[in-house]
Write a protein that binds this ligand. Sequence first.
Ligand SMILES: [Ca+2]
Length: 213
Amino acid sequence: MHTKITFLICFILILFTGCETLIKPAQPEFYKEPEPPVPEIHFKSIKSMPSKEFIILDDFEDGLYWYAPGSSWDNYGTHDYSISSEISYDWQTEGRYSMKCVMDKTDSTTAVQASWVCDSPSENNWSRYKYLVLDYYNPQEYSFWLTISGQTGAEWKLKQTDIIEALPGEETLIFDLSNFTKTELSDVKRLIIASVSENRGGIIYFDNIRLYK
Ligand SMILES: [Ca+2]
């Protein structure tokens, strides 16, 4: 009798254990797909500005005065890898808007760049200023390399700043204008932001472009 009771208890235990195994869902209800890895992004503190005196060239609050030349410049030489420029409220450092710029990927075989161009800078006489400063946001996981160009004077002479790395994340960049002569700075007709060297393409936002003494 005792043996029968023990056997019965064991049988019931096995039955319940087996049932639990059978009715247990493959994944509990609270199971969720793991979040995708978050790219490491550098959010650097704003650098100290060269001086307290500046003017704003464009904060993108009053419309878009820039364009992406893309294939329209093919007649003048190398194809430009810019795709578009548009006003965006995805990101900003001042006001509500910034400029969203899209570029195609470029290779390292030729001297290529992606340009965004403004033919009507709000100030043409830069002779009292030494630096062009801008805020950017690069949402990719890789860097771009940026330079500022100006076409100056009656001959639209092209001058260019040194190249600065735009790391992933957001940052303020300071471009030294000492590559330009005083005369050239006195009549800047066209302003160009360019991504140069090999890059993997993507999006970059700009805001609060200003000139500092
Ligand atoms: Ca703005």
